[in-house]
Design a protein around this ligand. Structure first.
Ligand code: AMP
Ligand code: MG
Length: 332
C-alpha cells in the first residue's frame, strides 16, 4: 500500500520526512491550493524522469517547477522581466504559472527539451514548507495518470498512481480545484496558455493586452503551447455538454445504464433513473467542486454524465476549458 501521511500544517514532522525522500530522488505527492502535485527534485533529471514514468506522461509535455519565492524563480531563468516581477509581486504565492526563458541550471527533461521553463509559487502552507525544507525547486505536475482527472483529495492520488509514488502528504481537499493559470512571457505578447483561477482581465491590469491560446497540440509535438492535448482532464464516464433544460427527455430518454445530469443553478425535472446533481451558478464554486464530483461519479460506476454548458462570460473561462477537454472524443 502507498503510504499516506496526514499533515496538519507547515510545522508537521511529516514535511521533514518528505523533504528527505525528495532530496534522495523520491516522489512525494503534496497538496497545493489548486490540485495535488506529484513532486520530485526539479534539478535532478533522474527524479523528474520518475514523474514521467509514474504518470505515463509524454516526454513532449514539460513540467512546472514550484518555488518558495520570486528570488528562487529568478535563479532559474535567463531573463526576469519587469512584467514577471509585477505579476509575481501581485499574484505569488498563488495559482499563476509564468513561462520564461530558462537558465542552464534547469534540466532539459523539465523543459521537454525546449528553451523555456514554467514557474509557480504555490499558496498552500504545506507546499511552501515542503519546498523550503527540500531546498530545491520541486517539479510537480498534477498527481494523476496522464490524461486522467486531476486529484483534489489524497485518496484520488492513491487510486490513480498507487505504488508509483513513495509518499502522499494528505492535507485535505484542495481549495481552487482547477489547475493554475499559465501565462507565457517568453516571447512577444503575453499569452495565456491555460486558463485557470486567475482570469486574463486581472493579468491585463498589470501587463496590458494578453492573448489567449486556443489551439490544441497534436500527439508528438513538444507542448510549447502546452499541456494542451485536446482530450485531458477526463473522467472514465462519457461526458457530454448540453444546453440547459432543452430536449432533456429526448436526450436522456434514449440512454441506458447509469446516467447523471449535472445542472447549474436549478435542477429541471428528470426522467426516472437519472441521478440529478445541482451545482450553484458560480464559476469559482463549480471550479472547486468539479473534479471531486467527476471522481465521485466515476467511483459510483456512472457511465454517462450530461452536464449543462456553463455561461459564455470570462468568469467561466477555466471551467469551460476543462469541460471541453473532458468531453473531447478519445483519439484512436
Ligand atoms: P500539470 O500536469 O497540470 O502540472 O500541467 C503542467 C502544464 O504546464 C502543462 O500543460 C505543461 O505543458 C505546461 N508547461 C510546463 N512547462 C512549460 C514550458 N516550459 N512552456 C510552456 N508550457 C509549459
Ligand atoms: Mg495534469
Amino acid at each position: 500500500m502507498t503510504r499516506i501521511l496526514p499533515v496538519s500544517g507547515p510545522e508537521d514532522p511529516a514535511i521533514a520526512e518528505a523533504a528527505g525522500l525528495l532530496r534522495a530522488g523520491g516522489l512525494v505527492a503534496f497538496p497545493t491550493e489548486t490540485v495535488y502535485g506529484l513532486g520530485a527534485d526539479g534539478l535532478n533529471p533522474k527524479a523528474v524522469a520518475r514523474i514521467y514514468a509514474a504518470k505515463g506522461r509524454p516526454a513532449t509535455n514539460p513540467v512546472i517547477l514550484h518555488v518558495a519565492d520570486a528570488a528562487s524563480a529568478q535563479a532559474l531563468v535567463s531573463r526576469w522581466s519587469p512584467e514577471a516581477q509585477m505579476l509575481a509581486e501581485r499574484f505569488w504565492p498563488g495559482p499563476l504559472t509564468l513561462v520564461l526563458p530558462a537558465s542552464d541550471t534547469v534540466p532539459s527533461i523539465v523543459r521537454a527539451g525546449g528553451p523555456s521553463v514554467a514557474l509557480r509559487c504555490p499558496a498552500h502552507p504545506v507546499a511552501l514548507a515542503l519546498i523550503r525544507a527540500t531546498g530545491r525547486p520541486l517539479a510537480a505536475p498534477s498527481a494523476n495518470r496522464s490524461q486522467h482527472l486531476s486529484p483534489t483529495l489524497a485518496q484520488h492520488v492513491a487510486s490513480s498512481l498507487g505504488e508509483a509514488v513513495d509518499l502522499i502528504l494528505d492535507g485535505g481537499p484542495t481549495e481552487a480545484g482547477l489547475e493554475s493559470t499559465i501565462l507565457d512571457l517568453s516571447s512577444g505578447r503575453p499569452c495565456v496558455l491555460r486558463p485557470g483561477p486567475i482570469p486574463p482581465a486581472d493579468l491585463e491590469v498589470l501587463v496590458g493586452p494578453v492573448d489567449l491560446w486556443t489551439g490544441a497540440v497534436q500527439a508528438g509535438d513538444r507542448q510549447a503551447a502546452p499541456g494542451m492535448a485536446e482530450r485531458h482532464y477526463a473522467p472514465r464516464a462519457r461526458l457530454q455538454l448540453v444546453a440547459p433544460g432543452s430536449g432533456l427527455r429526448e436526450t436522456l430518454g434514449e440512454t441506458s445504464g447509469s446516467v447523471a445530469y449535472v445542472a447549474l443553478g436549478t435542477l429541471p425535472p428528470l426522467p426516472p433513473g437519472v441521478r440529478g446533481i445541482l451545482l450553484p451558478l458560480d464559476a469559482d464554486m463549480v471550479g472547486a467542486r468539479l473534479y471531486a464530483l467527476l471522481h465521485e461519479l466515476d467511483d459510483a460506476g456512472c457511465e454517462r454524465i450530461f452536464m449543462e454548458r456553463p455561461p459564455e462570460d470570462e468568469a467561466w473561462l477555466a471551467v469551460r476549458d476543462r469541460l471541453r477537454r473532458a468531453s473531447a472524443k478519445e483519439r484512436p
